[in-house]
Design a protein around this ligand. Structure first.
Ligand SMILES: [Zn+2]
Length: 261
């Protein structure tokens, strides 16, 4: 699995960081037996470039679906490094008004494995303050590790602060989900074909799993870490027409943790 990068520069992953990531899959787990009656598919966006909350949002809503947007307050109203700016305050308010979920991705998009825990805590506090100022009903309950970087200590911290924390291990959640390190499949045009998307959705339905997609931009030339509108539309349409339910992470957790009536 490649490091998550978004429209931000790629960070090389050291051997030590890779080892920490592998060890992290085993420790501080918040495992729960999955009780959902049917497969679940969630669409998530990291960093939230503008196209995610415009093109991505429009395509989700065209199929009566909602998404989860993992926001760094420090990127709000900022120009991106590439052609595309990040989201605005108005974009975020529009998402919440329409029923989409805002999650936490840290404030400054820091490589947490290379920072001390005090700095990580301060960064999470700052993002919490950002959401308080944005004015929502509740602070974000769900988190995605910036760059997918996780260590045992980070996992323990994320468990304390959030209901769930999502990584970038490209696999299906099935059987018992680790809420402190949810698996997620990159919805990147550079990595997935329509055939692969159809296969993974079919498997999610058959195995009654929880498939969490993540991506960044939704544009015609998305680079390595984004998705074209055509592939995004195909994926959302396929998910909506499958026997799976398409839910935000928050709503999915309700189905996974508590058997619905
Ligand atoms: Zn990110």
């Amino acid at each position: 699995m490649e490091p998550e990068s978004g429209s931000l520069p790629l960070r090389p992953t050291s051997t030590r960081e890779s080892l920490q990531r592998r060890v992290s899959r085993l420790v501080h787990a918040k495992r729960i037996p999955m009780r959902n009656r049917v497969g679940i598919i969630s669409f998530t966006f990291d960093d939230v470039p503008r196209s995610a909350c415009r093109v991505g949002r429009d395509l989700l809503e065209a199929h009566d679906c909602l998404g989860t947007y993992y926001v760094c307050g420090g990127l709000t109203d900022r120009e991106g490094d590439g052609d595309e700016p990040f989201h605005s305050h108005a974009d975020l308010r529009g998402l919440t008004r329409a029923g989409h979920e805002l999650g936490c991705h840290g404030f400054a998009h820091l490589p947490y494995q290379q920072r001390g825990l005090a700095e990580v805590r301060a960064d999470l506090d700052r993002n919490r303050a950002f959401f308080d100022e944005l004015g929502g009903d509740v602070p974000p309950a769900n988190f995605a590790y910036p760059y997918g970087q996780v260590s045992p200590a980070l996992k323990a911290l994320a468990s304390e602060r959030f209901v769930s924390a999502r990584g970038v291990q490209a696999a299906l959640n099935r059987g018992r989900a680790d809420l402190a390190l949810l698996r997620a499949v990159p919805l990147y045009s550079s990595e997935l074909s329509e055939r692969t998307v159809a296969d993974v959705i079919e498997r999610t339905e058959r195995e009654r799993g929880w498939l969490v997609f993540f991506t960044h931009s939704v544009v015609d030339a998305p680079g390595r870490c984004g998705c074209t509108p055509a592939l995004f539309d195909f994926t959302v349409r396929s998910a909506a027409r499958s026997g799976c339910r398409v839910l935000t992470v928050a709503h999915a957790l309700g189905q996974v943790a508590f058997r619905p009536a």
